[in-house]
Design a protein around this ligand. Structure first.
Ligand SMILES: [Zn+2]
Length: 107
């Protein structure tokens, strides 16, 4: 089983999923996007059930939503970064955190 885990880990940057079409749109609510070095994303996205997260979207109530994204600095570039942002916008639009109906792209 070890080789399967290695394969999944090595393909992680490309394994960005998109939400189903009903959630894949610009959010109608207020939100901001902040970029941080990738190794600081976990600290800003507490409470998740994954060992590592690439990004997250948080609802701060009246203050609106915040999407925490890794800086575009070589670990995640161009189209992959944009796909990840669409993924997080899907969560703002109500896509559940367990990702039902996720569409795999970039493979
Ligand atoms: Zn997600």
């Amino acid at each position: 089983m070890t080789w399967i885990l290695v394969l999944l880990m090595s393909s992680l940057p490309l394994a960005v999923t998109l939400p189903p079409a009903e959630y894949d749109r610009e959010p109608a609510v207020k939100y901001e996007v902040i970029e941080t070095p990738w190794h600081k994303v976990d600290a800003l996205c507490p409470g998740h059930e994954f060992e590592r997260v690439l990004a997250c979207a948080r609802d701060f109530g009246p203050l609106g939503w915040t999407i925490v994204m890794p800086k575009r600095d070589g670990s995640l570039l161009g189209d992959d970064w944009k796909l990840l942002l669409r993924h997080e916008k899907g969560h703002i639009n109500g896509w559940p955190r367990f990702h039902p109906g996720a569409r795999l792209v970039g493979m």
